[in-house]
Design a protein around this ligand. Sequence first.
Ligand SMILES: Cc1cc2nc3c(=O)[nH]c(=O)nc-3n(C[C@H](O)[C@H](O)[C@H](O)COP(=O)(O)OP(=O)(O)OC[C@H]3O[C@@H](n4cnc5c(N)ncnc54)[C@H](O)[C@@H]3O)c2cc1C
Length: 459
Amino acid sequence: MNPILNKLKISLPEGVISFSPEDLERCSHDKYIGASNPPQAVAFPSDTQQIATILQFANTHQIPVTPRGAGVGYCGGATPVRNGIVLSLERMNQILEISSEDFIVITQPGVITAQLQAEVEKKGLFYPPDPAGRAESSIGGNISTNAGGPRCLKYGVTRDYILGLTVVLADGTICYLGGRTHKNKTGFDLCRFFVGAEGMLGIVTEAILKLIPLPPFRACLSAGFLSMTDAAKAIRSVFRSGLLPSAMELADKFTLQAAWKRTGSDIFKDSGAHLILELDGQEQSVCAEILQAHEHLLRAGARSLQIARGNNECENIWAIRREFSYGLRDTGLKKINHDIVIPRGKLEEYFEFTDSLQQKYGIPIACFGHAGDGNIHTNIMIKPDNQQQTEISRELTQAIFQQVLNWGGKITGEHGIGLSKLPWWELATTPEERLLHQRIKKALDPQNILNPGKFIQND
Ligand SMILES: Cc1cc2nc3c(=O)[nH]c(=O)nc-3n(C[C@H](O)[C@H](O)[C@H](O)COP(=O)(O)OP(=O)(O)OC[C@H]3O[C@@H](n4cnc5c(N)ncnc54)[C@H](O)[C@@H]3O)c2cc1C
């Protein structure tokens, strides 16, 4: 046991600091299979003050601190590469207030996203950001990765719902930023510094989130297409029609086959691509608009179409979508998972490009995801422990990222940089952007104790 960390343990209530091998192992990685490293201790604080005490201590002794939400990030963001303390927010899991008058929820960071959504929906309120892993992810993790999801097409991503944050800085200073109003132009928008910061600028210990009225009705279309490029053309024609669906999600044949195997469903067995389109709002208008969308998709070449009306029928359609990631994992192949984002107008070219790479290299590239946003989960599927395919996967990643950047896209739309995209950080940013990141980091965390070893190299 590290004597300095033991001193911290004694200064806090019983059970806050753990050295148990099970806790150290569990908190040594997230869902990114490429990296695991054990911390020396795991802290399980239950309030903001305890976090301030831990950070003051860590800052004084220059001990690395890596925050952790639910640990279901996809890029190694919560992996403590420099050992030290993992600061787990899992015990701070209370919803503190839901206000139907002010349309806000005040929550601790360890609350699971789907639980928060279910609680506000009981009051007729709506928190739209819906990462597909929401049954497991935490609100603090969503804020720190600026998580997106299918509904973000219409409603925006996590950052669009942050009204206020309580943040503990590296030296233990507690900052109360923003508030419960839906507008605020008092100084800089300081909350934004911490949204998507991947735990490198401060610890989010409380959040005030914006809510909107829960749309009373939804309907879905599930459409089969010959190819991904045909489906991408159909998405363009839906936008041209003036409709704004809440979600438009696309999956290719490889992804569908994996999901069929996992779920036993054989929806659109003969299709080369599958599009889910959802509309929400008042029942009468949704029912009229879903028929319009049906008409557009038919004209755009859909080979098979199903309409679902109301929650239960829609959820049946979404059930298969939520299994895409798990279905690919079940194939036994190693899934090198990217979440590139391209300008919307480049979708068709992107699918032609990944098709050509598959043909050239003979390795499947499974594409699915938030096509309406141009945010495509691009999974290079290689044989595990196959050195040659591992090397090819790096070449493929490089080719995909370079092409995406050439088109004005970005190498990550929602998962973050973490460790998985660290080798491409320089390729993806300008020197001026990197310098600005470094200056901000230096101002807020001069000793570089918060999540060190990630994309800001200040040491
Ligand atoms: C099946 C599946 C589907 C997914 N689908 C999506 C999707 O559709 N959209 C999407 O955006 N993501 C998706 N993800 C990725 C994942 O759900 C998100 O990245 C999510 O936001 C991670 O939340 P978490 O609580 O697990 O965070 P963690 O993995 O624990 O942490 C993520 C990062 O945030 C930091 N952090 C965590 N909590 C705090 C805090 N309180 N203060 C400061 N820093 C903190 C960590 O240090 C780390 O850098 C999916 C994951 C899975 C497994």
